[in-house]
Design a protein around this ligand. Sequence first.
Ligand code: ADE
Length: 417
Amino acid sequence: MEYNIKDINLADKGMLKIEWSSMHMNVLKIIRERFRKEKPLKGIRIAACLHVTSETANLMITLKEAGADISLCASNPLSTQDEVAAALVKNYKIRVYAIKGEDTETYYEHIHKALDIKPNITIDDGADMITIVHKERQELVDEIYGGCEETTTGVIRLKNMERSGVLKYPIIAVNEAKTKYLFDNRYGTGQSTIDGILRATNVLIAGKNFVIAGYGWCGKGLAMRARGMGANVIITEVDPIKALEAAMDGFRVMPMREAAKIGDIFVTVTGNKSVINEEHFKLMKDGAILANSGHFNVEIDVEALERIAKSKRKIRENVIEYTVNNKRIYLLAEGRLVNLAAAEGHPPEVMDMSFSNQALSVEYLVKKGKELDKRVYVVPEEIDREVARLKLKSMGIEIDTLTKEQEEYLKSWELGT
Ligand code: ADE
C-alpha cells in the first residue's frame, strides 16, 4: 500500500490520541456501529482532503468500517498530527499522504496522490481537492457521484464554481448544517483559537485589547470566549448587520485602522484577504500579537510584513518576531490556522457533530448522488436533526415533545386572539 507520512513508528502514540478522541465522539460511534453492520459504502472509493487529526482519524475509521476504500491527504500544510497519520497507515491500512510542515509543492503532490484512488466521493475542507479535480484531473469526474465540503471558505469557493457554471458534480455543504456551524464554528473555533494562542505565547488574556476581525459564527464564538477570560474585545467588520450585532452583544466596533493602534492581540476570522495589512502593521503598538483562525493564510498580509520588517527572529515555537518601525510584532504559526498549527484543532465533542454530518452525507451521496444536479446542496434536514437528537442523547439530555393538539395548532391558521 502506498503512503507518505513522517514516521510509521509514531503509530502507537497516534492510536492513543485516536482512542482519546473517540471517547468524546459518541454520535460518530453510534453511526460507526450501524455502518459496521450495514456496510453502506461497500466498494466505494473516497478521497479525503482534511486536517489530519485524531478526530479526522475517527471519521476515516468510520467510513472504512462502512466498507469504503480510502485515501487521505492534508487540507493544510501545518495541521497534520504525524502520529495520527502513522496510526491510520499502520493499524487501519488507510493510505495517508500528509506530513506536518510539508512545503506547498508536496502539499499539492499529496492531493494528487490521494486522487489516484479514482474516487467516487471527494471530501474537502477548503475545496483544494475539488479544485484540482476541476483544473487538472477532469478525467476523474465521470466516476465521482458527489463531494462533501467541511468549511465556510470551501463552500464560498464551491458556490462561486456553481454560479460560474463550472461545477461538475453535486456537493453537500456540510458547513451549512446547523449541527455543524452553530457548534464547530462557534464553540470549536472559540475554544481552539484561544488554545492555540495560549500554547504559542502563554500570555494572559485578561485585561488585553483583543481585536477580532470578522463577526461570523467563528468570530462570535471567539469573542464570547475572549470576553469570558477578561479581555476587552474589539470587533472589526465590513457587514453592517454583523457589526450591529457585535455592538449590541456589547463589544466595541471600529475600523481596523483604529483597532490597529490599541490592540494587544489580533485574530482574523473573516475568510477574506489582507484584512490586516501594511497600513495596520505600521500603526501597531510594540508587542502586538497577530494570529489567524480563518481557513487560508491570506488574512494577514505576511508578505508585506516580511517586506517592511527590519529584522526577524524565531522567539518561541510558532512565534516569529518582526521589527517594524522599531516596534516588535509577533506573528503566530506563520499566519496559518493558529488553532490547528499551534494546538490540536477543535475539540472532539464538536467534531463529533461535524463528522457525523460528513459520514451521513457521504452515505446520502452514495444513495442519491446520481439523482442530484451539479449544485451545492445543504445537508438534508433529517440528517441535521438526527445528529442533534443523537448528541442530546449522548449527553443524557431529554427534551419535551409536541402534543397532538400543539402539532395541530402549529399547522392551523384560523385561531388568533
Ligand atoms: N477543523 C478544526 N478542528 C479540527 C479537528 N480537530 N479535526 C479536523 N478538522 C478540524
